[in-house]
Design a binder for this molecule. Sequence first.
Ligand code: C2E
Ligand code: MG
Ligand code: MG
Ligand code: MG
Length: 292
Amino acid sequence: ISSAHMRTTVKEFGAELLAKSRLLYELQGALAGDIRHGALVAHYQPQVNYAEGRLIGMEALVRWQHPARGLVSPGSFIAVAESSDKIYQVDLQVLEHVCRDMRAWLDAGLPDLPVSLNFSRRSLLHPDVIGDLQRLLTLYGIPGRLLEFEVTESLLVETPELLSPRVAEFRAMGIRIAIDDFGTGYSNLDAINSFSFDRLKVDRQFVHGVASNKRVAGLFRLIQGIAEVFDVELVCEGLELEEDRAWLAERGSHCVQGWYFSPARTPRDIAAILAAVKARGADAPPLSLDEL
Ligand code: C2E
Ligand code: MG
Ligand code: MG
Ligand code: MG
């Protein structure tokens, strides 16, 4: 390596570090405020059972209302937050948003659908998490059965001895557990076998193009088989195409989440969707796409 090359490499590395520390600094500021005036907000992506034409729940996805950059998606700051303790504050703020939004929906007499949250490894293992959870659930009067924590597959393999007792505590509070992004981690069947969970979320990679790509289809069927063995519900992430939806439906897989139905929506939009669901009543025909 030439010294000139070395200099540019060091310079680029320095610039990256600087950008990262600036982001962390700004995130610190965003996290300092009250959640009511918070810079972090939760948006919600509907999950649908297509066969039954029912809304079955939604996933909370954090967004950062940045004064200069606008609405920032988690892809650009979660990884940075995960490298520090900030991630716990992020996840806790999202949890509080979810509890507060659910309280508002329940007070308005809207249907009580479960909400899934993404909890990072540090957050799941944080010493205060059980206490903070109990405090927020009590404060907002939210039953644990209305929450689900999404745990990525790789986490199960990395720290099973720490994670299992923690997950048992969550489940004792009625909180459901989903394995997120399934198929992209280690897919270690032994680790999955010794773990208690309620739902399996197939990563978008094994959903998108399933109707047209033989290999994707084969991998999807493998994952579907795993969900059958564990007797858990399969949720297909990232459904975008009608042909993929039809292919999945033919194979009895109906629980989907994706832009085909809806992107993540603001709490206000979700309230309107819940009101529409309520107005339809029990014998209503299946949900139509334009209701979502
Ligand atoms: P994830 O948990 O796998 O969430 C699904 C991501 O896929 C979301 O991106 C969602 O907007 C996107 N998505 C949904 N439907 C489609 C589709 O049909 N096509 C495509 N191409 N994408 C779709 P988002 O909101 O940018 O979130 C990215 C990731 O950030 C999440 O992946 C999750 O791992 C993480 N994340 C989000 N919110 C939180 C949070 O509150 N705490 C933590 N720790 N992580 C979070
Ligand atoms: Mg998720
Ligand atoms: Mg996912
Ligand atoms: Mg994903």
